[in-house]
Design a protein around this ligand. Structure first.
Ligand SMILES: [Zn+2]
Length: 84
């Protein structure tokens, strides 16, 4: 998987997290607390999956360096080549 694909997955992940926050807000306002535990579980699983995808694929395609926390890097910080 190329870093450019991981970028899209990161955007989708951010969207899912915002959706979770919105649902938790609605649960808080409606008082339907039965959903809090499954929601927390869902947030945890999503975060673990995202961390695994990042560790495996958020890397330079040339030297394999981890690209770090930067959201939209254009160049590898280690070898300096342009990222795909
Ligand atoms: Zn590199």
């Amino acid at each position: 998987m190329k870093p450019s694909k991981v970028k899209y997955i990161r955007w989708a992940y951010t969207g899912v997290m915002l959706l979770f926050l919105l649902i938790l807000y609605i649960i808080d306002k409606s008082g339907y607390y039965k959903l809090v535990l499954p929601m927390t579980f869902g947030i945890g699983i999503t975060a673990v999956v995202m961390a695994m995808i990042e560790l495996a694929f958020w890397r330079c395609t040339y030297c394999g360096a981890y690209l770090g926390r930067a959201f939209n890097p254009q160049y590898c910080h280690k070898c300096g080549r342009e990222l795909e």
